[in-house]
Every structure is written in structure tokens, then in C-alpha cells.
Design a protein around this ligand. Structure first.
Ligand SMILES: [Zn+2]
Length: 95
């Protein structure tokens, strides 16, 4: 199985295989974040839960979901929402 060069931990790691239900961001996350780092965000009682509690985010609310998304991008070091599809075509991570 191909490894993913993770922007969060900076290492080549196990890719995320399960569906994330993240819409347009799903492929970006899977292309840039390893399974371990995703778990650090999404796992039970992990960072996402802490962020939701800390900011008292209402996920039924559009602005709440936006805030959570921003926090997630910052945590995973995904930076700003940019189209990276061109970049990924020519980019070859070091093995
Ligand atoms: Zn990682």
C-alpha cells in the first residue's frame, strides 16, 4: 500500500482508508495527512472534541462548522483552502 507524506508529522505514514465524509476536503486530507495524525484530530476524545468543547461550537450552525473546519486545517497544517490539484500532479514526495 502506498504511503502518504504527511504534512502534520512530516513523515511518510499509513494512509487514511476509511471514508471521512468531508466532501471536497476529503481527497486533500487523504493526500496530505497520515492515519495517525487524522486520529489525533478525529479520534474519540481527541482534538476535534476538545475544539468543539473549547469554542462551544454548534455543529448545526453553518458558522460553527466553518470554525471547526478552520481549526482542523490549522491542526493538520493544511494551511489555507487552495486548489492543490495542479501541485499534486507534479509533486513527488521523497521516499
Ligand atoms: Zn502524520
Amino acid at each position: 500500500m502506498a504511503e502518504v507524506q504527511c504534512v502534520k508529522c512530516g513523515k511518510a505514514g499509513e494512509p487514511i482508508t476509511e471514508p471521512l465524509f468531508m466532501g471536497r476536503m476529503e481527497s486533500e486530507i487523504k493526500a496530505n495527512v497520515c492515519k495517525t495524525c487524522w486520529f489525533e484530530w478525529n479520534g474519540p476524545g481527541k482534538m476535534k472534541t476538545m475544539v468543539i468543547n473549547e469554542y462551544q461550537i454548534n455543529l448545526g450552525d453553518e458558522s460553527g462548522r466553518e470554525l471547526l473546519k478552520k481549526q482542523m486545517r490549522a491542526f493538520l497544517k493544511l494551511g489555507e483552502a487552495v486548489d492543490t490539484s495542479k501541485l499534486q500532479q507534479s509533486y513527488r514526495p521523497q521516499q
